[in-house]
Design a protein around this ligand. Structure first.
Ligand SMILES: CC(=O)N[C@H]1[C@@H](OP(=O)(O)OP(=O)(O)OC[C@H]2O[C@@H](n3ccc(=O)[nH]c3=O)[C@H](O)[C@@H]2O)O[C@H](CO)[C@@H](O)[C@@H]1O
Ligand SMILES: C=C(OP(=O)(O)O)C(=O)O
Length: 441
């Protein structure tokens, strides 16, 4: 088993470069299925396990992907298969984003139900509502969702009950090859939606309004492979912003796009963090004392739920009471129990977490309950007394490239190690042992 071991107490300094965005690259790769001619070349692709997972899903559909460093070539010109089995989609919910492109290209898709996950039940009713509005027959049975249409999908007017990121993407990808015009209202406005629309337009689609609440799509008859660079990852950037602030450090975050980070910048500035635009990125200088704030996660341009747990780590260091209200996912407080193991003072009341700071955090054995929780626990470890050991790194690897190496390059005392499964758990070791640096192989 692998763990990341971090010892708190170092101020971070230096410069770190942000990768391409996980949440932009996944829909962009699935959108490549829409190109009946030519190969797509995608650039600034992060080396994440999720990228390999989606490539695997595409291989079930007879779509070739070739990864070469940070570039992926996708060729969807061979006859497509239309079934994605459970073993293909189970690792990652974004796999369901192949449904819109398959329906649009060949009028049929049978995808295993993605199932629940650690942050909530995550239904897909809004995706299906969009496909049905465009004329598709949708049935659910034997653990699969099957959608089909004779001939082309038909342009439609679709109002989303909630601005779901995935539903906006899936429906947009279906509508680009539909007959006639589709108008989507109350859609997600995340920067990743704009990235996808730009790619679709480069392939020959006619998508207008991405980044606003209404998207209008005029269907075209075919799309051709294109070249596209993925936007920088605003959540990775935000995570390093918190790393700098929590340690009272001074870090330049290359490729951080301030326009994409407005809600986070606003909250961190309220806390007293100094944030300045500098060339191609942002400089973050942490203050001596952090002020408490209240925040509520919301669809963009509200505060991103994917930064909620990292912000909780930061608020544990603020002087006073802060309240975080999670409105996007029903069950995204699993990390609270892990923070408590580190002596974090947090109370949950319904959808709100009440954080009393500053907590004197103590190193502990903790688990990454989901991808962002993994990062948040490591951030807390940067300021905890002694050693924090974080396991379940498979979640972290879905969304961060070389996270511990990047932190170490900024001066953090952190390393990733392989642990002998038979080793005595830390809870059984003496206090002295817990505070000694372990010598794992
Ligand atoms: C790969 C990717 O881009 N993942 C992001 C995407 O996930 P994802 O696209 O799954 O998130 P959604 O915006 O769809 O989900 C937001 C909320 O809407 C609900 N919902 C969604 C669809 C639906 O048909 N019915 C429904 O009720 C979900 O259960 C959730 O409570 O946006 C989330 C919200 O910003 C982020 O946390 C994820 O990192
Ligand atoms: C929840 C996340 O991703 P996904 O939707 O891929 O699970 C995330 O990136 O924090």
């Amino acid at each position: 088993m692998e763990k990341i071991i971090v010892r708190g107490g170092r101020k971070l300094a230096g410069s770190v470069k942000v990768e391409g965005a996980k949440n932009a690259v996944l829909p962009v790769i699935t959108a490549s299925i829409l190109a009946g001619e030519g190969t797509s070349t995608l650039k600034d692709v992060p080396a994440l396990s999720d990228v390999h997972t989606i490539s695997e899903v595409l291989s079930y559909l007879n779509v070739d992907t070739k990864i070469d460093g940070n570039t992926i070539k996708v060729d969807a010109t061979k006859p497509l298969e239309t079934e994605a089995p459970f073993e293909a989609v189970r690792k990652m919910r974004a796999s369901f984003l192949v449904m819109g492109p398959l329906l649009a290209r060949v009028g049929h898709a049978r995808i295993a139900l993605p199932g629940g996950c650690a942050i909530g039940s995550r239904p897909i009713d809004q995706h299906l509502k969009g496909f049905e509005a465009m004329g598709a027959d949708v049935t659910i049975g034997n653990g699969f969702i099957e959608a089909s249409i004779k001939g082309r999908l038909q342009g439609a007017k679709i109002y989303l009950d909630f601005p779901s990121v995935g539903a906006t993407e899936n429906i947009m990808m279906a509508a680009v090859l539909a007959e006639g015009t589709t108008v989507m209202e109350n859609v997600a406005q995340e920067p990743e939606i704009v990235c996808l629309a730009n790619y679709l337009n480069a392939m020959g689609a006619k998508v207008r309004g991405a980044g606003t609440g209404t998207i209008r799509i005029e269907g075209v008859e075919k799309l051709v492979g294109a070249e596209h660079a993925v936007i920088p990852d605003r959540i990775e950037a935000g995570t390093f912003m918190v790393a700098a602030a929590i340690t009272g450090g001074n870090v330049f975050i290359e490729n951080a796009v301030s326009e994409h980070l407005r809600p986070l910048i606003a909250k961190m500035e309220e806390m007293g963090v100094e944030i300045t635009e500098e060339g191609e990125g942002l400089r973050i200088v942490g203050p001596e004392t952090l002020k408490p704030v209240d925040l509520k996660t919301m669809p963009h341009p509200g505060f991103p739920t994917d930064m909620q747990s990292q912000m909780m780590a930061l608020l544990l260091q603020a002087k006073g009471t802060s309240v975080i209200t999670e409105t996007v996912f029903e069950n995204r407080f699993m990390h609270v129990e892990e923070f408590r193991r580190m002596n974090g003072n947090i109370k949950i009341e319904g959808r709100a977490a009440i954080i009393e700071g500053p907590s004197t955090l103590q190193g502990a054995e903790v688990s990454a309950t989901d991808l962002r929780a993994g990062a948040a626990l490591i951030l807390a470890g940067l300021v905890a007394d002694g050693y924090t050991r974080v396991d379940e790194l498979k979640h972290l690897d879905r969304g961060y490239v070389n996270f511990s190496e990047k932190l170490a390059s900024l001066g953090a005392d952190v390393e990733r190690v392989t642990v002998d499964e038979n080793q005595k758990p830390a809870t059984e070791t003496s206090e002295q042992e817990v505070n000694m640096k372990p010598k794992f192989a």
